[in-house]
Design a binder for this molecule. Sequence first.
Ligand code: 6MZ
Length: 369
Amino acid sequence: MDSAEWCLSMPKIELHAHLNGSIRDSTVLELTKALGERGVINFSDVEHVILKYNRSLTEVFKLFDLIHILTTDHNTVTRITREVVEDFAAENVVYLELRTTPKRNNSIGMSKRSYVEAVVKGLKSVTSVDVDFIPPSEDSKSLFNPLPPSVTHDKCNGHVRKKIFVRLLLSIDRRETTEAAMETVKLALEMRQFGVVGIDLSGNPITGEWTTYLPALKFAREQGLYVTLHCGEVPNSKEIHNMLDFHPQRIGHACFFEDEHWRKLKSSKIPVEICLTSNVRTMTVRSIDVHHFVDLYNAKHPLVLCTDDSGVFSTCLSKEYKIAADSFGLGRREMFELSRKAVEYIFADNKVKDDLRKIFNSMAKNMEV
Ligand code: 6MZ
């Protein structure tokens, strides 16, 4: 087995994946053409935005604006959720924490709540793999029926079926107001019974002030939701300090950290979601060989490899592990251990953690690591 195949077959944990950034290229093109035919957009005007390979951070956010035009209706949100879960499961991701920004679109009767319901419907509509997304302790009698027991069994008709745990994070976009952020947190609390476990702060990092979201983030934490923050995606020393002082359960990126920030981060032990391809492509790190992964890894700081936007950056989690192996000289056992340690940083409950530890233990024997 070559190292690409090995990275593919290894069980993996994905903790930083934006739903609309993880959309398949083929789906983006299909939706763009369909809207072009209906005269909603002009395909030749947007083609270059979609097909461009190397994008700056600013261009990435232009692409998101376009993707949101394509995807923001209930059926499409359901479809892309299903496809994204199927794609991660196909590459042996055993636990996925999928994040998305609830969107309101009055013209089509979409509220933040109905958006999230469309996502949940997408989780429910996956048939190629068993999806565990409803926490067992929750009363899930309203809105959707729980999955029938046969669907949650590992064996179906004598065949071992793949199973993926999925939990949701609701994102606050840095363009939003305090009130809108608070609405998202309240929605997350209401949707806990459908696997919502936390809140993410994301969006264009040059937009908005951190203090705008602080009341909503504090409220989220008081109510027992987990919080992860995009932190240091652009140089902003004061914000990085303030975010670390808030002590979120995880942070994403950590690209523009200075010595003081590293010191604070390392003593805090806050796990970092590392997105290698995303950072290189958006030029938030100069090149892969100077990526902060190396320093954090050598310091044994908690970290997890993630994709960020697998569709937008044409990557997948197996590729990210292969890049880490090739660029930083990690062996198979080290990659496996890196993946296994991520179990400790997930936002799902202890039962899920236990199940995942068992999966990794049994795979460790199979894969002889
Ligand atoms: C910050 C990002 C991001 O929520 O519509 N997003 N925010 N930095 C990044 N690094 C490249 N990549 C994605 O997914 C798309 C949204 O996720 C956030 C942005 O707010 C983007 O609009 P959803 O499913």
